[in-house]
Design a binder for this molecule. Structure first.
Ligand SMILES: [Zn+2]
Length: 435
Protein backbone atom coordinates (compact mmCIF):
# COMPACT_ATOMS: atom_id res chain seq x y z
CA UNK A 1 0.00 0.00 0.00
CA UNK A 2 1.22 3.51 -0.87
CA UNK A 3 2.17 5.64 2.08
CA UNK A 4 0.52 9.02 1.61
CA UNK A 5 2.74 10.60 4.18
CA UNK A 6 6.06 9.38 2.75
CA UNK A 7 8.81 11.95 3.24
CA UNK A 8 11.65 12.80 0.87
CA UNK A 9 14.53 10.79 2.28
CA UNK A 10 17.43 12.97 3.31
CA UNK A 11 20.72 11.64 4.61
CA UNK A 12 22.78 13.32 7.30
CA UNK A 13 25.36 14.13 4.60
CA UNK A 14 22.76 15.87 2.40
CA UNK A 15 21.45 17.75 5.41
CA UNK A 16 24.92 19.10 6.13
CA UNK A 17 25.32 20.20 2.48
CA UNK A 18 21.95 21.93 2.59
CA UNK A 19 22.85 23.70 5.83
CA UNK A 20 25.99 24.98 4.09
CA UNK A 21 23.98 26.30 1.10
CA UNK A 22 21.51 28.02 3.40
CA UNK A 23 24.34 29.65 5.37
CA UNK A 24 25.85 30.83 2.05
CA UNK A 25 22.50 32.29 0.94
CA UNK A 26 22.26 34.17 4.22
CA UNK A 27 25.79 35.53 3.91
CA UNK A 28 25.37 36.48 0.22
CA UNK A 29 22.09 38.23 0.94
CA UNK A 30 23.85 40.37 3.55
CA UNK A 31 26.65 41.21 1.10
CA UNK A 32 24.16 41.97 -1.67
CA UNK A 33 22.23 44.32 0.61
CA UNK A 34 25.44 46.13 1.58
CA UNK A 35 26.35 46.60 -2.12
CA UNK A 36 22.85 47.78 -3.10
CA UNK A 37 22.72 50.29 -0.24
CA UNK A 38 26.18 51.58 -1.15
CA UNK A 39 25.03 51.97 -4.77
CA UNK A 40 21.94 53.94 -3.73
CA UNK A 41 24.11 56.26 -1.59
CA UNK A 42 26.59 56.71 -4.47
CA UNK A 43 23.78 57.57 -6.92
CA UNK A 44 22.26 60.06 -4.48
CA UNK A 45 25.67 61.74 -4.11
CA UNK A 46 25.85 62.03 -7.91
CA UNK A 47 22.49 63.81 -7.92
CA UNK A 48 23.56 66.13 -5.09
CA UNK A 49 26.72 67.01 -7.05
CA UNK A 50 24.51 68.26 -9.90
CA UNK A 51 22.67 70.48 -7.38
CA UNK A 52 25.96 71.88 -6.19
CA UNK A 53 27.21 72.57 -9.73
CA UNK A 54 24.05 74.47 -10.61
CA UNK A 55 23.63 76.31 -7.27
CA UNK A 56 26.00 79.13 -8.18
CA UNK A 57 24.17 80.07 -11.33
CA UNK A 58 21.12 82.23 -11.92
CA UNK A 59 19.83 80.06 -14.78
CA UNK A 60 19.40 77.35 -12.20
CA UNK A 61 16.83 74.97 -13.68
CA UNK A 62 18.39 74.52 -17.12
CA UNK A 63 21.93 74.29 -15.79
CA UNK A 64 20.88 71.75 -13.18
CA UNK A 65 19.34 69.59 -15.89
CA UNK A 66 22.48 69.81 -18.04
CA UNK A 67 24.77 69.02 -15.09
CA UNK A 68 22.60 66.02 -14.20
CA UNK A 69 22.52 64.75 -17.80
CA UNK A 70 26.28 65.01 -18.08
CA UNK A 71 26.87 63.14 -14.81
CA UNK A 72 24.26 60.50 -15.71
CA UNK A 73 26.00 59.95 -19.07
CA UNK A 74 29.38 59.63 -17.34
CA UNK A 75 28.01 56.96 -14.92
CA UNK A 76 25.89 55.29 -17.63
CA UNK A 77 29.01 54.80 -19.74
CA UNK A 78 30.73 52.94 -16.91
CA UNK A 79 27.84 50.63 -15.96
CA UNK A 80 26.53 50.35 -19.55
CA UNK A 81 23.05 51.74 -19.32
CA UNK A 82 21.73 54.79 -21.18
CA UNK A 83 22.04 58.18 -19.55
CA UNK A 84 18.22 58.38 -19.43
CA UNK A 85 18.04 55.16 -17.38
CA UNK A 86 20.86 56.37 -15.14
CA UNK A 87 19.13 59.70 -14.55
CA UNK A 88 15.96 57.88 -13.45
CA UNK A 89 18.02 55.70 -11.05
CA UNK A 90 19.67 58.78 -9.57
CA UNK A 91 16.21 60.28 -8.96
CA UNK A 92 14.99 57.13 -7.18
CA UNK A 93 18.16 56.93 -5.08
CA UNK A 94 17.84 60.52 -3.94
CA UNK A 95 14.25 60.00 -2.92
CA UNK A 96 15.23 57.01 -0.75
CA UNK A 97 18.25 58.70 0.84
CA UNK A 98 16.69 62.12 1.39
CA UNK A 99 13.05 61.31 2.16
CA UNK A 100 13.14 57.81 3.70
CA UNK A 101 16.17 57.63 6.03
CA UNK A 102 14.55 55.16 8.47
CA UNK A 103 13.60 52.85 5.62
CA UNK A 104 17.17 52.96 4.31
CA UNK A 105 18.50 52.12 7.77
CA UNK A 106 16.07 49.18 8.12
CA UNK A 107 17.16 47.90 4.69
CA UNK A 108 20.83 48.25 5.59
CA UNK A 109 20.25 46.34 8.83
CA UNK A 110 18.66 43.51 6.86
CA UNK A 111 15.21 43.93 8.44
CA UNK A 112 13.57 44.59 5.05
CA UNK A 113 14.61 44.05 1.40
CA UNK A 114 15.03 46.12 -1.78
CA UNK A 115 11.50 45.08 -2.82
CA UNK A 116 10.04 46.38 0.45
CA UNK A 117 11.84 49.70 -0.01
CA UNK A 118 10.32 50.08 -3.47
CA UNK A 119 6.80 49.43 -2.14
CA UNK A 120 7.24 51.84 0.79
CA UNK A 121 8.48 54.63 -1.51
CA UNK A 122 5.80 53.97 -4.17
CA UNK A 123 2.89 54.00 -1.76
CA UNK A 124 4.48 56.84 0.21
CA UNK A 125 4.25 59.29 -2.68
CA UNK A 126 0.89 60.59 -1.42
CA UNK A 127 2.02 60.97 2.21
CA UNK A 128 2.77 64.58 3.18
CA UNK A 129 6.32 65.24 4.35
CA UNK A 130 5.10 66.18 7.83
CA UNK A 131 3.66 62.68 8.40
CA UNK A 132 6.26 60.67 6.51
CA UNK A 133 8.22 59.54 9.58
CA UNK A 134 5.05 58.18 11.18
CA UNK A 135 4.11 56.40 7.92
CA UNK A 136 7.61 54.96 7.55
CA UNK A 137 7.68 53.51 11.08
CA UNK A 138 4.35 51.70 10.61
CA UNK A 139 5.21 50.60 7.03
CA UNK A 140 8.53 49.09 8.11
CA UNK A 141 6.84 47.20 10.95
CA UNK A 142 4.42 45.60 8.47
CA UNK A 143 7.16 44.89 5.93
CA UNK A 144 9.18 42.87 8.43
CA UNK A 145 6.23 40.47 8.68
CA UNK A 146 5.43 39.89 5.00
CA UNK A 147 6.67 39.87 1.37
CA UNK A 148 6.62 43.08 -0.71
CA UNK A 149 3.70 41.99 -2.92
CA UNK A 150 1.51 40.95 -0.02
CA UNK A 151 2.13 44.10 1.97
CA UNK A 152 1.56 46.52 -0.94
CA UNK A 153 -2.18 47.09 -0.64
CA UNK A 154 -1.96 47.44 3.18
CA UNK A 155 0.66 50.18 2.71
CA UNK A 156 -1.48 51.93 0.10
CA UNK A 157 -4.38 52.06 2.56
CA UNK A 158 -2.03 53.26 5.30
CA UNK A 159 -0.70 56.02 3.02
CA UNK A 160 -4.24 56.97 1.97
CA UNK A 161 -5.14 57.48 5.63
CA UNK A 162 -2.22 59.84 6.27
CA UNK A 163 -2.84 61.82 3.09
CA UNK A 164 -4.04 65.26 4.08
CA UNK A 165 -4.94 66.53 0.66
CA UNK A 166 -8.44 65.91 -0.67
CA UNK A 167 -8.93 63.44 -3.49
CA UNK A 168 -9.90 66.18 -5.97
CA UNK A 169 -6.63 67.95 -5.42
CA UNK A 170 -4.59 64.76 -5.73
CA UNK A 171 -6.42 63.85 -8.92
CA UNK A 172 -5.68 67.28 -10.38
CA UNK A 173 -1.96 66.73 -9.76
CA UNK A 174 -2.00 63.14 -10.97
CA UNK A 175 -3.77 64.20 -14.17
CA UNK A 176 -0.77 66.37 -14.98
CA UNK A 177 1.12 63.11 -15.41
CA UNK A 178 -1.09 61.95 -18.30
CA UNK A 179 0.89 60.63 -21.21
CA UNK A 180 1.09 58.06 -23.98
CA UNK A 181 3.97 55.71 -24.59
CA UNK A 182 4.87 52.72 -26.68
CA UNK A 183 6.35 49.60 -25.13
CA UNK A 184 7.95 47.42 -27.76
CA UNK A 185 7.13 43.74 -27.42
CA UNK A 186 8.04 40.61 -29.35
CA UNK A 187 7.09 39.32 -32.79
CA UNK A 188 6.72 42.75 -34.30
CA UNK A 189 4.06 43.80 -31.78
CA UNK A 190 3.95 46.67 -29.27
CA UNK A 191 1.74 47.80 -26.41
CA UNK A 192 0.38 51.30 -26.72
CA UNK A 193 -0.18 52.66 -23.23
CA UNK A 194 -2.13 55.82 -22.46
CA UNK A 195 -2.27 57.21 -18.92
CA UNK A 196 -5.51 59.20 -18.83
CA UNK A 197 -8.17 60.01 -16.23
CA UNK A 198 -10.16 56.84 -15.52
CA UNK A 199 -13.41 58.34 -16.75
CA UNK A 200 -11.81 59.16 -20.13
CA UNK A 201 -10.22 55.72 -20.39
CA UNK A 202 -13.54 54.07 -19.59
CA UNK A 203 -15.21 56.22 -22.24
CA UNK A 204 -12.62 55.33 -24.88
CA UNK A 205 -13.08 51.63 -24.26
CA UNK A 206 -16.86 51.97 -24.36
CA UNK A 207 -16.82 53.82 -27.70
CA UNK A 208 -14.43 51.29 -29.23
CA UNK A 209 -16.63 48.46 -28.00
CA UNK A 210 -19.81 50.02 -29.41
CA UNK A 211 -18.11 50.69 -32.77
CA UNK A 212 -16.67 47.16 -32.89
CA UNK A 213 -20.07 45.69 -32.08
CA UNK A 214 -21.64 47.76 -34.87
CA UNK A 215 -19.01 46.47 -37.30
CA UNK A 216 -19.75 42.89 -36.24
CA UNK A 217 -23.52 43.38 -36.72
CA UNK A 218 -23.02 44.98 -40.15
CA UNK A 219 -20.57 42.32 -41.27
CA UNK A 220 -22.83 39.46 -40.22
CA UNK A 221 -25.59 40.83 -42.48
CA UNK A 222 -23.15 41.45 -45.35
CA UNK A 223 -21.34 38.12 -45.01
CA UNK A 224 -24.60 36.30 -45.54
CA UNK A 225 -24.94 37.99 -48.93
CA UNK A 226 -21.32 37.93 -50.18
CA UNK A 227 -20.11 34.66 -48.67
CA UNK A 228 -16.88 36.46 -47.67
CA UNK A 229 -16.07 36.08 -44.03
CA UNK A 230 -14.41 38.61 -41.75
CA UNK A 231 -13.30 36.40 -38.89
CA UNK A 232 -11.83 39.02 -36.57
CA UNK A 233 -12.83 38.75 -32.92
CA UNK A 234 -14.02 41.77 -30.93
CA UNK A 235 -10.54 42.35 -29.41
CA UNK A 236 -8.97 42.47 -32.86
CA UNK A 237 -11.65 44.82 -34.20
CA UNK A 238 -11.34 47.16 -31.21
CA UNK A 239 -7.56 47.35 -31.75
CA UNK A 240 -8.05 47.99 -35.49
CA UNK A 241 -10.61 50.74 -34.92
CA UNK A 242 -8.36 52.29 -32.27
CA UNK A 243 -5.41 52.39 -34.74
CA UNK A 244 -7.64 53.65 -37.55
CA UNK A 245 -8.99 56.55 -35.50
CA UNK A 246 -5.54 57.63 -34.35
CA UNK A 247 -3.86 57.33 -37.75
CA UNK A 248 -6.58 58.91 -39.86
CA UNK A 249 -8.99 60.78 -37.55
CA UNK A 250 -8.90 64.49 -36.81
CA UNK A 251 -8.98 65.85 -33.23
CA UNK A 252 -12.22 67.61 -32.26
CA UNK A 253 -10.28 70.55 -30.82
CA UNK A 254 -8.09 72.12 -33.49
CA UNK A 255 -6.64 75.58 -32.73
CA UNK A 256 -5.53 75.96 -36.39
CA UNK A 257 -9.13 75.81 -37.68
CA UNK A 258 -10.52 79.24 -38.62
CA UNK A 259 -14.24 78.49 -38.71
CA UNK A 260 -14.56 78.07 -42.50
CA UNK A 261 -12.99 74.68 -42.89
CA UNK A 262 -11.06 72.00 -41.07
CA UNK A 263 -7.73 72.88 -39.47
CA UNK A 264 -4.29 71.47 -40.15
CA UNK A 265 -4.17 68.78 -37.45
CA UNK A 266 -6.19 66.20 -39.37
CA UNK A 267 -3.88 66.53 -42.39
CA UNK A 268 -0.78 65.57 -40.39
CA UNK A 269 0.33 62.08 -41.35
CA UNK A 270 2.33 59.62 -39.29
CA UNK A 271 5.98 59.09 -40.21
CA UNK A 272 8.02 55.99 -39.56
CA UNK A 273 11.55 55.24 -40.63
CA UNK A 274 11.95 51.74 -42.03
CA UNK A 275 15.06 50.13 -43.48
CA UNK A 276 14.19 47.27 -45.85
CA UNK A 277 16.80 44.95 -47.38
CA UNK A 278 16.52 44.93 -51.19
CA UNK A 279 15.86 41.20 -51.37
CA UNK A 280 13.02 41.48 -48.87
CA UNK A 281 11.56 44.36 -50.87
CA UNK A 282 11.70 42.29 -54.05
CA UNK A 283 10.01 39.41 -52.27
CA UNK A 284 13.01 37.10 -52.77
CA UNK A 285 13.42 36.47 -49.09
CA UNK A 286 11.41 37.06 -45.93
CA UNK A 287 14.13 38.57 -43.77
CA UNK A 288 12.81 41.21 -41.36
CA UNK A 289 13.02 44.95 -41.98
CA UNK A 290 14.11 47.37 -39.28
CA UNK A 291 11.82 49.98 -37.77
CA UNK A 292 14.65 52.24 -36.71
CA UNK A 293 14.89 52.96 -33.01
CA UNK A 294 12.23 50.37 -32.17
CA UNK A 295 12.45 46.78 -33.34
CA UNK A 296 12.33 44.46 -36.36
CA UNK A 297 9.12 44.33 -38.38
CA UNK A 298 7.94 41.47 -40.57
CA UNK A 299 8.55 41.34 -44.32
CA UNK A 300 4.87 41.54 -45.32
CA UNK A 301 4.30 44.74 -43.33
CA UNK A 302 7.52 46.24 -44.77
CA UNK A 303 6.44 45.46 -48.36
CA UNK A 304 2.98 46.84 -47.70
CA UNK A 305 4.49 50.12 -46.40
CA UNK A 306 6.88 50.23 -49.37
CA UNK A 307 4.04 49.84 -51.86
CA UNK A 308 2.40 52.97 -50.47
CA UNK A 309 5.53 55.14 -50.37
CA UNK A 310 6.07 57.53 -53.29
CA UNK A 311 9.82 58.08 -52.88
CA UNK A 312 12.61 55.85 -51.75
CA UNK A 313 16.19 56.40 -50.73
CA UNK A 314 18.24 53.68 -52.38
CA UNK A 315 21.21 52.94 -50.17
CA UNK A 316 24.32 51.35 -51.65
CA UNK A 317 26.45 49.63 -49.07
CA UNK A 318 29.90 48.16 -49.04
CA UNK A 319 29.15 44.43 -49.40
CA UNK A 320 31.61 43.26 -46.74
CA UNK A 321 31.33 45.64 -43.80
CA UNK A 322 28.06 47.37 -44.69
CA UNK A 323 29.43 50.95 -44.70
CA UNK A 324 27.10 53.27 -46.60
CA UNK A 325 28.79 54.14 -49.92
CA UNK A 326 26.09 56.26 -51.50
CA UNK A 327 22.44 57.17 -51.48
CA UNK A 328 20.68 57.55 -54.80
CA UNK A 329 20.69 61.30 -55.32
CA UNK A 330 18.59 61.48 -58.48
CA UNK A 331 15.32 60.65 -56.85
CA UNK A 332 15.62 62.87 -53.84
CA UNK A 333 15.84 66.64 -53.48
CA UNK A 334 18.03 66.43 -50.36
CA UNK A 335 20.83 63.95 -51.04
CA UNK A 336 22.95 65.07 -48.08
CA UNK A 337 20.10 64.78 -45.61
CA UNK A 338 19.13 61.41 -47.05
CA UNK A 339 22.70 60.20 -46.88
CA UNK A 340 23.05 61.20 -43.26
CA UNK A 341 19.77 59.60 -42.34
CA UNK A 342 20.84 56.36 -43.98
CA UNK A 343 24.30 56.46 -42.41
CA UNK A 344 23.25 57.40 -38.88
CA UNK A 345 19.78 55.78 -38.62
CA UNK A 346 19.54 57.08 -35.04
CA UNK A 347 21.02 59.57 -32.58
CA UNK A 348 24.79 59.12 -32.43
CA UNK A 349 25.31 59.56 -28.70
CA UNK A 350 26.59 56.26 -27.24
CA UNK A 351 23.67 53.97 -26.44
CA UNK A 352 20.91 56.29 -27.69
CA UNK A 353 18.52 54.78 -30.25
CA UNK A 354 16.18 57.69 -30.99
CA UNK A 355 15.35 57.39 -34.74
CA UNK A 356 17.03 59.90 -37.08
CA UNK A 357 13.68 61.38 -38.16
CA UNK A 358 13.22 62.52 -34.56
CA UNK A 359 16.74 63.97 -34.34
CA UNK A 360 18.48 67.19 -35.29
CA UNK A 361 21.47 67.37 -37.64
CA UNK A 362 24.40 68.68 -35.63
CA UNK A 363 27.59 70.31 -36.90
CA UNK A 364 30.27 68.29 -35.09
CA UNK A 365 32.52 71.36 -35.23
CA UNK A 366 30.14 74.24 -34.62
CA UNK A 367 29.25 76.26 -37.76
CA UNK A 368 29.90 79.41 -35.74
CA UNK A 369 33.48 78.18 -35.17
CA UNK A 370 34.00 77.61 -38.89
CA UNK A 371 32.76 73.99 -39.07
CA UNK A 372 31.63 73.30 -42.65
CA UNK A 373 28.30 71.79 -43.74
CA UNK A 374 29.87 68.65 -45.16
CA UNK A 375 29.17 65.01 -44.47
CA UNK A 376 32.25 64.50 -42.29
CA UNK A 377 31.15 67.33 -40.01
CA UNK A 378 27.47 66.42 -39.64
CA UNK A 379 25.71 63.82 -37.51
CA UNK A 380 22.25 63.19 -36.07
CA UNK A 381 21.72 63.94 -32.38
CA UNK A 382 18.43 63.84 -30.52
CA UNK A 383 17.37 67.01 -28.73
CA UNK A 384 18.55 65.71 -25.37
CA UNK A 385 22.06 64.84 -26.54
CA UNK A 386 22.33 67.84 -28.85
CA UNK A 387 21.92 70.19 -25.90
CA UNK A 388 24.20 68.01 -23.78
CA UNK A 389 26.95 68.49 -26.38
CA UNK A 390 26.32 72.25 -26.34
CA UNK A 391 26.02 72.89 -22.64
CA UNK A 392 28.16 70.31 -20.82
CA UNK A 393 31.85 69.35 -20.99
CA UNK A 394 31.13 66.23 -23.10
CA UNK A 395 33.22 66.50 -26.30
CA UNK A 396 32.95 64.80 -29.68
CA UNK A 397 35.05 64.56 -32.82
CA UNK A 398 34.32 62.86 -36.11
CA UNK A 399 36.72 60.23 -37.49
CA UNK A 400 36.73 58.78 -41.03
CA UNK A 401 33.82 56.48 -41.92
CA UNK A 402 31.28 58.45 -39.90
CA UNK A 403 32.74 57.25 -36.57
CA UNK A 404 32.10 59.61 -33.66
CA UNK A 405 34.52 59.68 -30.75
CA UNK A 406 32.99 60.99 -27.52
CA UNK A 407 35.05 62.07 -24.51
CA UNK A 408 33.38 62.35 -21.12
CA UNK A 409 34.17 65.14 -18.63
CA UNK A 410 36.46 62.78 -16.69
CA UNK A 411 38.28 61.78 -19.87
CA UNK A 412 36.72 58.41 -20.72
CA UNK A 413 36.55 57.83 -24.46
CA UNK A 414 33.64 56.13 -26.24
CA UNK A 415 33.76 55.22 -29.92
CA UNK A 416 30.37 55.28 -31.64
CA UNK A 417 30.58 53.53 -35.02
CA UNK A 418 28.03 54.36 -37.67
CA UNK A 419 25.44 51.56 -37.52
CA UNK A 420 25.82 48.91 -40.23
CA UNK A 421 22.55 49.06 -42.15
CA UNK A 422 20.77 45.81 -42.94
CA UNK A 423 20.36 47.15 -46.49
CA UNK A 424 22.69 45.55 -48.98
CA UNK A 425 22.05 46.11 -52.66
CA UNK A 426 23.94 43.75 -54.97
CA UNK A 427 27.52 44.95 -55.49
CA UNK A 428 26.77 45.24 -59.23
CA UNK A 429 24.46 48.17 -58.46
CA UNK A 430 27.40 49.99 -56.90
CA UNK A 431 28.80 50.70 -60.37
CA UNK A 432 25.81 52.99 -60.91
CA UNK A 433 26.64 54.88 -57.74
CA UNK A 434 26.46 58.62 -58.27
CA UNK A 435 29.39 59.22 -55.90
ZN1 LIG B 1 20.21 60.80 -28.22
Amino acid sequence: MKDEFAQVPISDGDLAVLAGIVADADELQAQLTAVQVAEVRMLARAGQLADKQAAASRDNVRLHDMALRSIAAELGGVVRVTDRTMQARIGEAREIVECYPTTLAAWEAGRITRGHVRVIVDAGSMVPASRRAEYEAEAIKRCTRDTPNRVRSALEILAERTAERPFTERHRDAAKGRKVRLVVGRNGMSSFIADVPTVIGDGILDRLTQQAQTIIDARDDRDLESGDRDRRGIDEIRADVFADLLLAGAPALDPTADGDGPGALGAIRAQVQVVVPALTLLGRDDGPADLVGRSPIDADTARCLAANTPTWARVLTEPVDGTVLAVDRYRTPWPQRRFLRARDQHCRFPGCRRAAIRCEIDHTIDAAKGGPTTLWNLAHLCQRHHSMKQFTPWRVRQLPGGVLEWTSPTGRVYREDAPAPPVAFMPASATDAPF
